[in-house]
Design a binder for this molecule. Structure first.
Ligand code: B12
Ligand code: SF4
Length: 476
């Protein structure tokens, strides 16, 4: 069978209620589509973004049928497992000859389970996807053996085959820009209400892949081979400029899990400082507290080129748990980071994790106090989630700690495991209490609603609406 027309489908996903209403561009699919377009120029590619179009499953079915692709590809993280599965099921129902391909962190981590549970998946692309998917398409067209392609999992006569893992791309600068040109009609739909307003165009760009740390609850380092690889800073700046000038992207979210301020902060500043786009953009970065705290001058520089929002994983103040997480940061880093961000007028966003094995009512009370003491603008509390692909997942499985195996609940808002001393419901209650305490205060809400900082006003409008608190309450 020849592959001449392929369809990428961004399936419907539940939005993450903690951060309000948003519509993100289907970044992963655009990155893959651009690479395929470059390597196989005569192929016809379409992207169906069911989130941007707000279409139902029936309509997705009609669209796939009318486009009549030879291959359907989709992607999702753990909490999107079932919507990805439903997408490929629909494709197969329309025409069993359509080749179905999935990839991403979840399917990479549990390929056997996924191929067994969802027989409509033909191929799982494990790990880095670009070269594997190109080789897969080419193999249909040139008759090359599929079992010779690295990074694939599939069934052959009922037997599951995993080909060897694929080495990582050496130079990320060689990747083409994401194929936003394929979805120009959708562009105006991409927004993040709570963070930047409904009318500010939201785009996501990739500066680096992976991480050199080894946190036990995190999937990212493992997925990307335990390494941190970056595009050159010039390429990142060019991509920012391209997003802004060609597509009007203003709220730009960097996917990098560890920005590495020390390594790239000054260089990015030097690349962007004389570019006009820096006046227009609002950059969102994710950084470690030790990296922020130790680089005050660079933080200031990053602010001057449009960095308005930095999110940091503070996780917990409990030393033993931080050690168990292998996080490697200190409580002082969290204090210093929040102070530094405040002083530089960068919106400070702290992430906390509760529900670790040794967590008790008391330790979570300490976490709550700490989260208030360090004064972030925005605190997000999450339940420790055993994502497939993490060290924690292996340990939790072995020890029988996982009580909820419904992947739709793996969104860090649902408690999945009990602790040694707390039931799962108690962890869920504690989670609600954290939000209640941080955002439930009348005086704090009033101060937030009238803050001089626009981001803070928007956040408090969102939180004071009680929508998030009510949703957490309902999960108990
Ligand atoms: C941007 C982002 C978001 C955005 C939007 C994402 C989107 N488009 O829907 C927002 C803010 C909305 C978001 C929300 C959430 N997110 Co988020 N997000 C990210 C982030 C930072 C970047 C994603 C990205 O574009 N990566 C770049 C692409 C290129 O990487 P990739 O997807 O892995 O794809 C490569 C390969 O895996 C492979 N591949 C992947 N898919 C496919 C498919 C095919 C067919 C093929 C061939 C190959 C292939 O090829 C690609 C290129 O090599 C990631 C972290 C990260 N760095 O990836 C977290 C991440 C994906 N998010 C995560 C989580 C948990 C969430 C939330 C639950 C909220 C939360 N608690 O943080 C919600 C879930 C919302 C929902 N219902 O979907 C976790 C997922 C963990 C897991 N294993 O499930 C991550 C990994 C963060 C983390 N460090 O833990 N997220
Ligand atoms: S949590 Fe952050 S620092 Fe830790 S491994 Fe994941 S990306 Fe790296």
């Amino acid at each position: 069978m020849k592959i001449s027309r392929i369809l990428f489908v961004e399936p419907p996903r539940n939005y993450w209620f903690v951060m309000g209403e948003y519509c993100p561009p289907p970044t992963t699919l655009l990155i893959l589509a651009a690479f395929i377009e470059k390597e196989i120029p005569d192929i016809e590619i379409k992207v169906l973004d069911s989130q941007a179009e707000q279409i139902s499953w029936d309509e997705i079915e009609r669209r796939i049928e009318s486009y009549n692709p030879s291959m359907v590809l989709t992607s999702g993280f753990t909490c999107n497992t079932y919507t990805c599965a439903r997408t490929v099921e629909i494709a197969k129902k329309i025409n069993p000859d359509i080749i179905t391909v999935v990839g991403g962190i979840h399917f990479t981590s549990v390929p056997d389970e996924s191929l067994i549970d969802f027989p409509e998946i033909d191929y799982i692309v494990r790990g880095e996807g670009e070269h594997t998917v190109v080789e897969l398409i080419k193999s249909f067209n040139n008759g090359k053996k599929i079992s010779d392609i690295k990074g694939l999992s599939f069934k052959n006569n009922g037997k599951i085959i995993h080909t060897p893992s694929r080495p990582l791309i050496n130079n990320l600068d060689k990747l083409p820009y994401p194929a936003y040109h394929l979805i120009e009609d959708y562009l105006k739909k991409y927004h993040f209400s709570m963070m930047a307003g409904k009318k500010t165009r939201y785009m996501i760009l990739e500066g680096a892949r992976g991480c050199n740390h080894r946190c036990t609850f995190c999937t990212q380092w493992n997925h990307w081979g335990g390494m941190w690889r970056s595009k050159s800073v010039k390429r990142i700046a060019d991509e920012i400029e391209h997003f802004n000038e060609t597509y009007g992207g203003m709220f730009l979210w960097l996917t990098d899990d560890h920005f590495k301020i020390k390594k790239r902060g000054k260089k990015l500043y030097e690349e962007l400082r004389y570019r006009k786009c820096k006046e227009d953009i609002m950059l969102f970065l994710q950084a470690r507290t030790d990296d922020v705290a130790k680089n005050p001058d660079l933080v200031k520089k990053l602010r001057s080129i449009g960095t308005h929002w930095i999110m940091c994983g503070v996780e917990t103040p409990m030393e033993e748990t931080l050690k168990e997480f292998k996080k490697g940061t200190k409580n002082k880093d969290a204090y210093d980071t929040m102070k530094l961000l405040r002083e530089n007028d960068i919106f400070s966003h702290a992430m906390f994790v509760l529900g670790a094995r040794r967590d008790t009512h008391r330790s979570i009370e300490i976490l709550r106090r700490f989260s208030i003491d360090i004064e972030p603008d925005f605190s997000i509390y999450t339940a420790l989630t055993p994502f497939p692909g993490t060290v924690y997942y292996e340990t939790a499985w072995k020890n029988g700690w996982i009580e909820d195996t419904n992947y739709s609940n793996y969104d860090m808002a649902h408690a999945i495991m009990p602790t040694e001393k707390l039931t799962r419901i108690e962890v869920q209650e504690e989670l609600w209490k954290c939000y209640q305490e941080f955002y439930g205060s009348y005086s704090k809400n009033i101060a937030g609603l009238f803050s001089k900082n626009k981001l803070k006003r928007t956040l408090y409008r969102h939180m004071a609406g009680q929508h998030v608190l009510r949703k957490f309450r309902r999960l108990i």
